[in-house]
Design a protein around this ligand. Structure first.
Ligand code: ADP
Ligand code: MG
Length: 265
């Protein structure tokens, strides 16, 4: 890539342009463009079926898009092999966590480090993730399948960290967790971002949590981005308040509301 192109891309670590992905005849995302700047937490908000998981799968190479491009660190990774994308420094924490249930917690963490050559540092990094999630240290020798849902989510995030990624894709970390656990996990995600400088793209139905934790947000509806802004500003928008945060604004009524219902369903 030329220097001029690098400049044109600004500080975008990840850039999607006009990405369209489908399952057979079902178009799941239709022309999604977004970028994630280095060092930030970006969020894609959307209800069930909006296409959030499809976006992440397309980025990490699990699904090949029909159209559009995915660029990571200024290089095209569209439809590249998922393992090659991991080696470039991009880790995907899938929906529903997917830990190895029969392996111990410690062995799950070691699996996250399989691409690394610096085996000495791996031991130190296990200590680091235990610092973020002390419960994992207590359960280090236990089978991961015996952990609670929240602990499995912690393990899935920790396993991703073990690869020392530059970018982590996080698919609905709040799914199935209590509000208290969700809050705890989001706090640690923010700490990881601030302390390690890891860039994070998360997708969530839980707009409240996501908007509080993130710097920049995209709203996805029926496979299309319908709004984007800083999370600070998104939190103030009436549409978001009504339909995602459940804080109905009494001042918004009548035709506008009907339109929004149609738009935001
Ligand atoms: N494996 C699949 N086969 C067919 N359709 C799918 C598949 N996975 C997802 N879809 C459809 O694609 C759309 C987007 O799904 P998804 O990306 O999982 O949404 P979200 O993660 O926002 O809930 C939905 O309409 C869903 O039914
Ligand atoms: Mg999903």
């Amino acid at each position: 890539m030329s220097d001029a192109m690098a400049t044109a891309n600004g500080d975008a670590l990840l850039r999607l342009q006009n990405v369209e992905s489908a399952y057979g005849p079902i178009k799941a995302i239709r022309g999604v463009s977004l970028q994630v700047r280095r060092g930030e937490i970006a969020a894609v908000l959307g209800s069930n079926g909006a296409g959030k998981t499809t976006i992440l799968k397309t980025i990490s190479g699990i699904i090949d898009p029909r159209k559009g491009s995915v660029e990571f660190k200024g290089q095209d990774i569209t439809a590249h092999d998922p393992a090659a994308i991991v080696r470039r420094g991009l880790m995907h924490v899938p929906e529903g966590r997917e830990v190895f249930p029969l392996l111990s917690v410690r062995d799950n963490l070691l699996m996250g480090a399989y691409t690394r050559a610096d085996k000495d540092a791996v031991g130190r990094d296990i200590e680091t993730v235990f610092g973020y999630f002390p419960i994992l240290q207590e359960r280090a020798a236990q089978e991961a399948g015996l952990l609670s849902g929240g602990q499995q989510q912690m393990l899935a995030i920790s396993r991703a960290l073990m690869a020392q990624p530059e970018l982590i894709l996080l698919d609905e970390p709040s799914l199935g967790l209590s509000p208290k656990l969700t809050k705890e996990i989001f706090e640690i995600v923010v700490r990881i971002n601030r302390e390690r400088g890891t860039t994070i793209l998360l997708v969530e139905q839980n707009a409240n949590m996501a908007l509080n934790a993130s710097d920049y947000g995209y709203v996805l509806e029926n496979g299309r981005i319908v709004m984007e802004d800083s999370c600070e500003r998104l939190r103030e928008k009436d549409d978001i308040k009504e339909f995602y945060l459940g804080m109905k604004d009494e001042g918004v009524r009548g035709e506008r509301r009907w339109k929004k219902k149609k738009t935001w369903r």
